[in-house]
Ligand binder design. Sequence first.
Ligand code: AP5
Ligand code: MG
Length: 192
Amino acid sequence: MLNIVLFGPPGAGKGTQSQFLMDRFHLSHISTGDLFRKHLKEGTDLGKLAQKYMDEGNLVPDKVVIDMVDDKIQTDGNVAGYIFDGFPRTVEQAKALDHLLDERGTPIRGMIALVVPEEELINRLMERGKTSGRVDDQNKEKIAHRIEVYKKETLPVATYYKKQGKYNSIEGVGTIDEISQRIETVIASYKQ
Ligand code: AP5
Ligand code: MG
């Protein structure tokens, strides 16, 4: 199984590149942000709970996120592997994911981090905010806050995987295809 953590700040292109990974390697995509937005749309209790955190650009509590991912993995059938997008976002979540995957004997193969300058992130999200309907894309302050939360709470997750020798970073600026190629090169190196 090829389990990958696709990592990066808000707007780095995690969702965009997940599409490539799904097509190219037939991996199953778990985006906790997308799952919460789906709950929100369906008006579930989980969606309502998550909304107040998401609208402010804050993290949803670990237990809520971990239980949702656990549930998703347990109910999935056989898959070729997972792309985790926007998860794990805290060291607590990373530990829980390791535990969950250890039980199944299918550990994380590697983390691939997309590196994008802050100015570019803000530009991308401001642009998307014009049409996305995402409350958290709507102004510069909110976007800046999400980036701050990333630095404070999520960056330590990179260190967690570095310690396991599972960290790779790539330049996240360029055309979508160029970035996909860089990801593919990292994945090819896993197989050697
Ligand atoms: P989440 O949905 O994960 O959002 P995010 O991490 O803030 O990131 P985005 O989805 O905005 O960006 P992305 O990296 O996917 O980039 P994309 O491909 O879209 O989380 C939202 C909220 O949910 C969180 O704030 C939190 O409240 C909650 N949450 C989610 N997971 C959680 C967790 N694990 N724990 C706790 N809380 C959690 O691209 C961005 C834009 O750039 C697009 O418009 C795209 O078209 C464009 N773009 C992509 N690639 C390129 C390129 N190469 N060149 C130019 N433009 C590009
Ligand atoms: Mg995304």
